[in-house]
Design a protein around this ligand. Sequence first.
Ligand SMILES: NC(=O)C1=CN([C@@H]2O[C@H](COP(=O)(O)OP(=O)(O)OC[C@H]3O[C@@H](n4cnc5c(N)ncnc54)[C@H](O)[C@@H]3O)[C@@H](O)[C@H]2O)[C@@H](O)CC1
Ligand SMILES: [K+]
Length: 503
Amino acid sequence: MKIFSTQQIAVIDQFTIEQEPISDLDLMERASLQMTNWVVQNISNEKKLMFFAGPGNNGGDALAVARLLADLDYQCEMFVLDFGKGLKGAPAQNLIRLKEQRKVLVQMIASEDDLPVIEKEHVVLDGLFGSGLNRMLDGLPATIVERVNASGAKVVAIDIPSGLMGEDNSTNDRSRIVKAEHTLTLQFPKLSFFFPEHEALLGKVEVLPIGLHPQVIEETETPYCLLEPDLLEQKLICRSKFSHKGTFGHALLIAGSYGKMGASVLAANACLRSGVGLLTAHLPHSGYPIMQTALPEAMCSIDPSDLMFTEFPPLDHFSAIGIGPALGVKPNSRRALKQLLEAKPGKIVLDADALNILSMHPEWLKLLPVEAILTPHPKEFERLVGESSNSYTRLQRQRDFAREYQVYVVLKGAHTSIATPDGMVYFNNTGNPGMATAGSGDVLTGIILGLLAQAYEPLDAALLGVWIHGVAGDLAAERSGYHALIASDVIQSLGKAFLSLRK
Ligand SMILES: NC(=O)C1=CN([C@@H]2O[C@H](COP(=O)(O)OP(=O)(O)OC[C@H]3O[C@@H](n4cnc5c(N)ncnc54)[C@H](O)[C@@H]3O)[C@@H](O)[C@H]2O)[C@@H](O)CC1
Ligand SMILES: [K+]
């Protein structure tokens, strides 16, 4: 699914109105019917609903939803923000319709004195501002937001919590943004919904389709996209019955150091469970019995060092390389990583300490092969590019980095984002908080390595790997819950996760 800017959404709305064609009032009614249905299914009509409507179409939605719900015997009260200019267009017509219906008390709010008392038991429907917000809230709207947030009432935001911008909130003030329990967003999630600092403002996000015109959606270009199973199903490569283990590549995993050999075992296991034909794990000597015992399917290449990575085997046999989990950053390992990059390793995924080494030697970044995949968590990414004060800035840095070095940057998080060398960013929404556990990242590295070593293009390996990793985590959480989930549970669920793509 494409993720558009709020400006693009306004253009898409207008195109729909002209080309469907449909009047703006009817489009608003269509959106409002969807939101009304959601309320009917989720909120009891014994609750009193307090609607707040702003001056634009977001307010128009609130006015229409109040009328539709009042017809279904909900007790609604309407408070309309009055800037002294009156409403225009579809919102004005909806105000007239609501007044004519005579079921809802409508009050204008021109100053703080007009504000109602909001009880904890009430439900607030927030239609103050939506995607047309063009600056941080101040004055009366900011006061309303503060009152709503202080009330303790459950808040349902229409399209977007009022005060939150669709994209860049780097200069916004959180205390002036509605804190919703549910956000009923129209047709498209907005970019800012994917940033962790907004989770508590958005609550649970419901995307409600409102039938915007498919042609303009298809034709409008955006660098941002949400991963969906349809796209990934197409990417999964079928296995013919004549395949043999040589068909599915030979992966080289370089991971683990003394005391941290588990990372290597987890990544190797995940790699094997992702369909690779053969896997060689390169390990310090002390890791050899551990790997052979834990995972007889893996072959081993033994480093001369007992403790750490200092040398790599000849690369010609391998179709892809994964390097980094628990590697350590000792000088010998750093030197060996540099030599590996100088040896032009081809398809490669770099994680954890391989990235930490690169942040200690930024001059080596230019050695990265084109289309290398880097899988940092936010702290590792910060070490590579410096601190970002908010997720929007970090996202732009992620895009810039991917373009500058012509690599894929998989920034791990609740919505892992994958930035590509051509400036695209894909967001993932599989996975769960249980996966914030030791070894989870090693599993992802193993999956991506397994896919890379087969015939997957780096882009497909990154997208599919991230998505499957999250699905496996979700399946594991169904069995163990979030608290008890460990990385090995994710590996155990990989089979079912691949099967969910039905090929
Ligand atoms: N996506 C769609 O196709 C549809 C969108 N609809 C609704 O339309 C909304 C967008 O409507 P609008 O573009 O009218 O925008 P909004 O309703 O978000 O508000 C825009 C108005 O607020 C003013 N404004 C902006 N920032 C302000 C600030 N900080 N302080 C005070 N005033 C401020 C603007 O000058 C303008 O008058 C969406 O969020 C959604 O709720 C629906 O009506 C149905 C169709
Ligand atoms: K809103």
